[in-house]
Design a protein around this ligand. Structure first.
Ligand code: NDP
Ligand code: AKG
Length: 451
């Protein structure tokens, strides 16, 4: 980056920080994109003159609302819900809903901003949005979760629709929560339409949507390795998380002949030196999705080691798949991974590496590193396919959806190579994903004129 570009970046970021005080996650996500886009547009005055990046960083609107519900003991509870409608230049707003006590406007703005670029990369007509609430589903009964979801949807329904904004799941929002929200939308609007994705198969869901994010993160790794003359077969893999993304990431790794040795939750991680099997993984899915237990129980059941309060990045591995949450790999952990022999990271979670970690990894170009907006786009990609199936009123087969998912990820990999290959022949997957994601949205915004 030239001195002039570095000054432009600093000025741009000062504006973002001034307009969005106290939103560190949002600043981080914008900075990660601006580092690549500001040099890219430095010789393209139309983008600068028409303030395309400034406009992209300002959400179209943010809806924030009260969610009131009654717990099982009859007490009234109050939470705050949000929907950030970031940008609909290339299609209806699209992105998940997160229920977690750490949800703030800053977290949802970073996720919505990332979603715009990710959705653009899929090649499907989807804009970007994200929503959620500071509600903690952990420890709540099914009926409490149902009452919360119904109260949340009672307000959200006024702002969404199959051609306006189509939410889906994210942390704390899986099949159960999507079912409750879809049911409430249907009741309120008296319309059966594809207003949410990630629905169960019985009422308009798509095959492979549940698996898609985890599978996609592995397909992305497969494409990076193939491009560099290697394969997944036989690689030792460290996976964090034990939710939707982590478990299906592990499943696809096993199918492709890798050895998965860790899974985690917010309390700690389990290290199974012999490796997970399909049966063990099924046990974890049952533990997490039905019994709603803790990963520690796996260690007691299968005799693996449990590391309380720790993350798995110190475990020697060939490949790492952060699939839990944002900023889960910091600079020191990135160094640890590299020193222990890790040669590939595919980000299943959104923004799981801190800026310090990215810097450490960039200084070690032999490590292949796919950013979340590319690596986890399989989830929203299959959500886009669910929208298509809902509009067509038909269901594609498992093979058909998987083939389309495979093609979406291959397309994303190719775009990263096209826009991210440096003069030394190294592929900077972050740069490639940022520029390719930006181009399509920016072109659409230019076509619409000043708005
Ligand atoms: N679901 C999807 O289709 C998509 C998800 N993503 C991203 O993937 C990541 C995981 O989502 P998903 O699997 O759906 O969510 P789940 O709720 O199914 O699972 C989340 C997992 O991450 C752990 N976790 C959550 N927060 C923290 C934290 N603060 N510290 C440590 N561990 C944590 C959870 O542990 P615990 O149970 O203890 O909280 C759980 O194991 C998120 O970053 C999400 O945005 C990205 C694209 C699509
Ligand atoms: O499937 C979707 O619409 C959203 C998935 C999501 O939230 C994400 O990609 O982070």
């Amino acid at each position: 980056m030239s001195t002039h570009q570095a000054e432009d970046l600093a000025t741009f970021m000062e504006g973002v920080q001034r307009r969005n005080p106290g939103e560190p996650e949002f600043h981080q996500a914008v900075h990660e994109v601006a580092m690549d886009i500001i040099p890219y547009i430095s010789d393209k005055p139309i983008y600068k003159d028409l303030k395309i990046l400034e406009r992209m960083t300002e959400p179209d609107r943010i809806i924030s609302f009260r969610v009131v519900w009654q717990d099982d003991s009859g007490d009234i509870r109050v939470n705050r819900g949000y929907r950030v409608q970031q940008n609909n230049a290339i299609g209806p707003y699209k992105g998940g809903i997160r229920f977690h006590p750490t949800v703030t406007q800053s977290v949802l703005k970073f996720l919505a901003f990332e979603q715009v670029f990710k959705n653009s990369l899929t090649g499907l007509p989807m804009g970007g949005g994200k929503g959620g609430a500071d509600f903690n589903p952990k420890g709540k009964s099914d009926l409490e979760v149902m009452r919360f979801c119904q109260a949340f949807m009672t307000e959200l329904a006024k702002h969404i629709g199959p051609d306006t904004d189509v939410p889906a799941g994210d942390i704390g929002v899986g099949a159960r929560e999507v079912g409750y929200m879809f049911g409430q939308y249907k009741r309120l609007e008296n319309r059966f339409e594809g207003v949410l994705t990630g629905k169960a198969l019985e009422f308009g869901g798509s095959l492979i949507r549940t698996e898609a994010t985890g599978y996609g993160a592995v397909y992305m790794m497969q494409d990076m390795l193939t491009h560099h003359g290697e394969s997944i077969d036989g690689k030792v893999c460290v996976v964090s998380g034990s939710g939707n993304v982590a478990t299906y990431c592990a499943e696809k790794l096993l199918q492709l002949g890798a050895k998965v040795v860790t899974l985690s939750d917010s309390s700690g991680f389990v290290y199974d030196e012999e490796g997970f099997t399909h049966e063990k993984l099924q046990w974890v899915m049952d533990l997490k999705n039905k019994r709603r237990g803790r990963i520690e129980e796996y260690a007691h059941e299968f005799g693996a080691k449990y590391h309380e309060g720790e993350e798995p990045w110190g475990v020697p591995c060939d490949l790492a798949f952060p699939c839990a949450t944002q900023n889960e790999i910091d600079g020191e952990e990135a160094k640890l991974l590299i020193n222990n022999g890790c040669r590939g990271i595919s980000e299943g979670a959104n923004m799981p590496t801190t800026p310090e970690a990215i810097k450490v990894i960039q200084d070690f170009p032999a490590l292949l590193h796919a950013p979340s907006k590319a690596a986890n786009a399989g989830g929203v990609g299959v959500s886009g396919l669910e929208m298509s199936q809902n509009s067509l009123r038909l269901s594609w087969t498992r093979e058909e959806v998987d083939e389309r998912l495979r093609a979406i990820i291959r397309g994303i990999h190719d775009q990263c190579v096209e826009f991210g290959t440096t003069s030394e022949g190294h592929v900077d997957y972050f740069r490639g994903a940022n520029i390719a994601g930006f181009n399509k949205v920016a072109s659409a915004m230019l076509a619409y004129g000043v708005m």
